[in-house]
Design a binder for this molecule. Structure first.
Ligand code: CMP
Length: 143
């Protein structure tokens, strides 16, 4: 089963949007297989955003993501990587369509509430950066 890493960023946690965001993925039919509220370290943040190293917004990104607790999650389901990205909406707050999480709740590209993996390779790396294998649940196939 396909897995993805989703993370409610500090702005989403502080605005009390964890419940609304989790509800959307539950209603879609995906299964939550791991979740925790964490204050991430600078090292963990740099690893998470390694593809953006060297970009002009990198420092701002790392400072922001370590500024308060994040809600880290692993979800599973068919097509969960692409579908969850569609549900999250475009990175730019101005382009995120109404109906998407960013389109409904965000007005700023830096305060865009939630991160979602963009490929199976990213998902694997991001999950390993936040969760041990023991922290991920295996559901009974009959359910
Ligand atoms: P995220 O999905 O977490 O991945 C990288 C983040 O960098 C992105 O969401 C934005 O919050 C942030 N960011 C800030 N400026 C830019 C930019 N110009 N292009 C892409 N991402 C940006």
């Amino acid at each position: 089963m396909e897995l993805t890493f989703l993370m409610v960023k500090p702005d989403g946690v502080q605005r009390g949007l964890i419940g609304d965001i989790v509800k959307r993925f539950e209603q879609k039919g995906f299964q939550l297989v791991g979740a925790k509220l964490v204050q991430i370290s600078r090292k963990q943040a740099e690893l998470h955003y390694q593809e953006h190293l060297g970009k002009d917004f990198f420092e701002r990104l790392v400072t922001f993501i370590t500024s308060g607790p994040v809600f880290a999650m692993v979800w599973q389901g068919d097509g969960v990587i692409a579908l969850s990205r569609a549900m999250i909406g475009k990175t730019s707050a101005l382009e995120a369509a109404p109906g998407t999480i960013r389109g409904d709740y965000a007005v700023h590209t830096n305060l865009n509430l939630i991160h979602g993996s963009d490929s199976p390779e990213s998902a694997q790396r991001e999950i390993a950066n936040f969760f041990s294998a023991q922290e991920l649940i295996s559901y009974n196939k009959a359910i």
